[in-house]
Design a binder for this molecule. Structure first.
Ligand code: MG
Length: 123
């Protein structure tokens, strides 16, 4: 079975570089964007299975990206990867809004993220 297609949106260039370096050699198609608006454009063009998004970004932030993605048909699964921490309040809100999962940054295990990406793509 083909590996899931991923789009990663994060204003941290080093972080999305690391995601690309992890997923690409493992056979995943992964496109990256450092701005929400550009990320949305790529999602519309590539129809990924899973979108990885940062929460805090200049311009369109992760919240708004999630809202826009949820209005798409079919909507890709959204996984947040963020260093933002307010004791779980934001996490709970985003999951309620329809995010599939939420990872804290720095990511302790890219393999865990990979597993959740695969799970999300199957749903
Ligand atoms: Mg950020």
């Amino acid at each position: 079975m083909a590996k899931p297609k991923i789009v990663a949106i994060d204003d941290e260039v080093e972080f999305i570089g690391m995601l690309k370096d992890y997923f690409e050699p493992r056979g995943y198609g992964i496109e990256v964007a450092v701005r929400g608006a550009k990320g949305i454009e790529i999602v519309k063009e590539k129809h990924p299975d899973v979108v990885l998004i940062d929460l805090k970004m200049p311009g369109i932030d992760g919240d708004e990206v999630l809202r826009l993605l949820k209005s798409m048909d079919p909507a890709p699964k959204v996984i947040f990867v963020t260093a933002y921490d307010d004791g779980g309040k934001t996490k709970a809100r985003l999951l309620k809004m329809g995010a599939y999962a939420y990872f804290d940054k720095p990511i302790s295990s890219l393999k865990d993220l990979e597993d959740v990406v695969n799970k999300a793509a199957k749903r």
